[in-house]
Design a protein around this ligand. Structure first.
Ligand code: OOB
Length: 561
């Protein structure tokens, strides 16, 4: 990644964020020893049997920060991090922040396509992967990619089976021989506040995922605001079950917010209720976060099993739409308070207050966490809508960057000339200023909080020889909210079925959660006035099919309007 690929805030805006104290002008890695000096022997991270105190965490992160340098990584170099939720993830993240090496937070479900395209886009210098995970050989995937990516990145492996030629990352995580010497040396190389801290993947609506660069200044401020909004403190025991590399579980307040507050972050690689409630009871978990589909599975479990949730105080729910009726049941069922969250990799985070009354807690997605967050609701022409009206949410603020990495053309469309980020979400604001998500204008499928860019799927499907035209749209689903439904028009005389589409996309390296789950072959796709597939009509059509339990894939053209 070239520094020029990162879009800065305008100089006067940046100065204002510094003057108001939002931006500290320090590297986030400097927090590590602030915590260790204050909370040294308290437990920072728990992963099964494995526990790290704040001091051990700081020493191991410093050890690895040094180790990354020995592997040839320099400040500003980018590494792809694809790890399940584990203690090593926390050490890697903090070591990167300390060394100024910039991690791109990939998901464990990503495959060749995502890792390859992002790795090339950011010119990754290393790939951090588990040896294998859930039966999949990530090390082999990383080796294949490393052989083809420009600059031939190093493969850094976490696990017991590190193959020759790759780096054993656990070995690099050993505490330094003299921690104070390493600490002092790393202190002198602390990144600046305006340097890139982490790269997050946007849900995105383009053919390939977009990369959001979060600076040390902005991410640090984001975390401080969210820690306050969620009332996290040294008595917090937070359980991370959503992918740790996702902005929600990573920093809102998530793992990093817990460490900022002096609490204990417990990591678990799966949101399965059996595992979750065993850990909640054993570790006396006080807070956790989940997407709506996961909370639903927890509520079902609690209704039929004897679980101990007496320690639980707050559950944060967001990432996709939560029905107010479900929201109202969460607190009573799980024996805790619900905090809804509306957030995005691009910045803006809204939380319902810890002590919100029921209308606010159940029927809104919260208030912006910073007084400097700016929200504007506009109509299709970009004009502000009257108070309380529904429109697209635009936002800017001290932790909402002004552009994606290295895509000036896209940025010109997604960001206004005044620096507003177009969220693509349709919202209305309540008189208190809380956001209510009402829909979206962006072209993606929100599969239980996992965002699938329709364009990314369509581009790959279009490459199939049978396909003349394709459109991927959301199909309503009682569990996940939405799944991917693919409409296709085929070339004359050709045939295609769902299994073949899925197999073809898997061969092309697409992550499994993006694969279409229903295929509808049509004689013609409906089009909008400008000649694009009419996604609204297609989404309505599949919703109708689902509502009528029509498992027959229609082969007729949808009737013209
Ligand atoms: C979170 O981040 P992303 O980047 O995966 O997705 C952002 C998009 C939003 O633009 C919106 O479309 C949707 O996810 N979304 C919600 C929502 N929260 C996010 N839609 C309806 N209701 C909600 N409560 O999803 C994310 C990042 C940080 C914290 C929480 C969620």
């Amino acid at each position: 990644m070239k520094r020029a690929d990162v879009v800065p805030w305008p100089a006067e805006t940046a100065a204002a964020y510094r003057d108001t104290g939002c931006w500290r002008g320090r590297g986030m890695g400097s927090r590590l020893w602030e915590w260790a000096d204050r909370w040294g022997e308290r437990t920072a991270v728990v992963d099964g049997e494995h526990r790290l105190t704040y001091r051990e965490l700081a020493e191991r992160a410093d050890g690895l920060a040094d180790g990354l340098t020995r592997c040839g990584l320099e400040p500003g170099d980018v590494v792809l991090v694809q790890l399940p939720n584990c203690w090593e993830f926390v050490v890697v993240t903090l070591a990167c922040l300390r060394a100024g090496v910039v991690p791109v937070m990939m998901l464990p479900t990503h495959r060749e396509r995502e890792l390859g395209s992002i790795g090339a886009h950011v010119q990754a210098r290393a790939l951090v992967v588990p040896d294998s995970w859930r039966g999949y050989d990530h090390q082999a995937l990383a080796e294949r990619l490393a052989a083809t990516l420009p600059g031939r990145p190093r493969v850094l492996t976490v696990g017991d089976h590190v193959r020759a030629g790759n780096v054993d990352l656990r070995a690099l995580m050993r505490p330094p021989a003299d921690p104070s010497v390493t600490r002092a040396r790393l202190d002198t190389r602390e990144p600046q506040g305006s340097d890139p801290a982490v790269l997050l993947l946007s849900g995105g609506t383009t053919g390939l995922p977009k990369v959001v660069c979060r600076t040390h200044d902005d991410y640090d401020y984001n975390i401080r605001c969210v820690v306050r909004a969620c009332g996290f403190g040294p008595d917090t025991v937070y359980l991370a079950v959503l992918p740790a590399g996702h902005n929600f579980a990573l920093a809102n307040p998530g793992i990093l917010g817990t460490l900022y507050a002096g609490g204990t972050a417990v990591v678990l690689p799966s949101p399965r209720p059996e595992a979750v409630f065993a850990v909640v009871a054993a570790e006396r978990v006080t807070a956790t976060s989940a997407v709506p589909s996961v909370v639903l599975s927890w509520m079902e479990h609690v209704a039929t099993h004897d679980v101990d949730v007496t320690s639980l105080r707050h559950v944060h729910v967001g990432g996709s739409v939560l029905a107010p009726e479900v929201a109202a049941r969460i607190g009573p069922t799980l024996g805790c308070r619900l905090q809804q969250v509306y957030g995005m990799a691009e910045g803006l985070i809204c939380y319902t207050p810890v002590d919100a009354d029921e209308p606010l807690a159940h029927a809104t997605q919260g208030l912006p966490v910073s007084p400097y967050d700016e929200l504007l609701v506009v109509d299709a022409e970009g004009r502000p809508v009257p108070a309380g009206g529904v429109g697209e949410l635009l936002t800017r603020g001290p932790y909402t960057p002004r552009g994606y990495v290295g895509v000036p053309g896209t940025n010109a469309q997604v960001f206004t000339s005044e620096g507003w980020f177009r969220t693509g979400d349709l919202v209305r604001l309540t008189p208190e200023g809380a956001v209510v998500v009402c829909g979206r204008v962006k072209d993606l499928v929100n599969r239980g909080g996992e965002k699938v860019s329709s364009a990314e799927v369509e581009l790959l499907v279009q490459e199939l020889p049978q396909v003349a035209e394709a459109a991927a749209v959301p199909m309503p689903d009682p569990v996940l909210g939405e799944r991917v439904c693919l409409f296709v028009r085929l070339h004359a005389g050709r045939s295609l079925d769902l299994d073949r589409v899925r197999a073809a996309l898997t061969r092309r390296g697409l992550a499994a959660f993006k694969l279409p789950e229903r295929l509808v072959v049509v004689a013609a796709l409906p089009h909008t006035a400008v000649g694009k597939p009419d996604k609204k009509r297609l989404a309505h059509l599949v919703a109708h099919l689902v509502a009528h339990r029509d498992r027959e894939d229609v082969t007729d053209a949808p009737r013209a309007a």
